[in-house]
Design a protein around this ligand. Structure first.
Ligand SMILES: N[C@H](CCC[C@H](N)C(=O)O)C(=O)O
Length: 283
């Protein structure tokens, strides 16, 4: 890490991130640096670090570093934060920004207010029923409303938004803290998984997420998309309608087409502060 570096802090419904613009150097941080940056006592404090690197396919390539130093394929709240940074530092007011991610090049529409971008609408790409890092299950069927091996009474959907999610419908939300850590490392998910505990309401969902590499977070964009996908597949909520997904940090709006081809995520984003960090010795 450079001796002194500008950093930018953002959050999406309290799911907070450090943004590092590394498009000039093209050099990413290592796991130890992302753990230090996310440390809420000895570092800056965040759920993750978003490195923006050069990209031929979009305005930047976003790399998502979890608080434990692991790298995630995709992050919905993080992408909203990155888009706010990119739009607020762009010439003029770009109407659309394409950002390269581990889930493909995603198209993002910034929503401007007087003091900059306040909301971002993202085409998140397809929800895949069998997470790319998940075997399709003994019967060859996707892990779709199936018993969770080794957990009698638990049924789940394995939905990938580029990153893996195990969605448990109709589970007590308070189970997240007790069951989340065990299910995060379930052997069916060779790269671990995010775990969603979902209550289906008459007009939307209420969700608590135990995130891979972070633990309980205030909100999870890809988790909201995976949860809405499972609820539509279970015919508990309608396809092709904006669905309210309430998380501890607030509401996101998700829209799921019947063919799951392009999940839409819409939600707020906020700037927290800009600063300069001097990496601690040894980094
Ligand atoms: N912890 C997640 C990455 C962040 C996802 C979440 N913060 C979001 O908004 O989608 C994972 O390892 O897949």
């Amino acid at each position: 890490m450079a001796e002194r570096e500008r950093i930018f802090k953002y959050h999406g419904l309290g799911n907070d991130f450090v943004v590092l613009d590394r498009r000039q150097t093209g050099v990413d941080i290592d796991a130890e640096t992302s753990r230090w940056m996310c440390d809420r006592r000895r570092g800056i404090g965040a759920d993750g670090v978003l490195s923006l690197l050069p990209s031929k396919a979009g305005v930047a390539r976003m790399v998502v570093h979890n608080a434990d130093g692991s790298i995630a394929e995709m992050c919905g709240n993080g992408l909203r934060c990155a888009v706010k940074y990119l739009a607020d530092h762009a010439d003029g007011r770009p109407e659309r920004l394409n950002v390269e991610t581990g889930a493909g090049v995603l198209s993002c529409v910034p929503g401007y207010k007087a003091d900059g971008v306040a909301e971002v609408d993202i085409s998140m790409g397809p929800a895949r029923l069998v997470a790319p890092n998940l075997p399709s299950g003994a019967t060859g069927q996707p892990f779709l409303d199936a018993p969770v091996p080794g957990h009698p009474g638990l049924r789940g959907f394995a939905v990938s938004m580029g990153n893996p999610h195990l969605v448990l419908l109709d589970r007590p939300l308070e189970e997240a803290e007790r069951l989340g850590p065990t299910l995060e490392v379930h052997p069916a998910f060779k790269d671990r998984t995010n775990v969603e505990f979902v209550r289906v309401d008459p007009d939307g969902l209420t969700v608590v997420v135990w995130e891979r590499g972070c633990g309980l977070t205030q909100a999870c964009g890809t988790g909201a998309c995976a949860s809405a996908t499972a609820a539509v597949l279970a015919q508990r909520l309608p396809a092709d309608a904006w669905l309210r997904v309430t998380l501890p940090g607030g509401d996101l709006q998700i829209r799921v087409p019947p063919d799951l081809s392009d999940i839409r995520l819409r939600g707020p984003v906020a700037f927290v502060f800009e600063g300069v960090v001097r990496a601690p010795p040894g980094r």
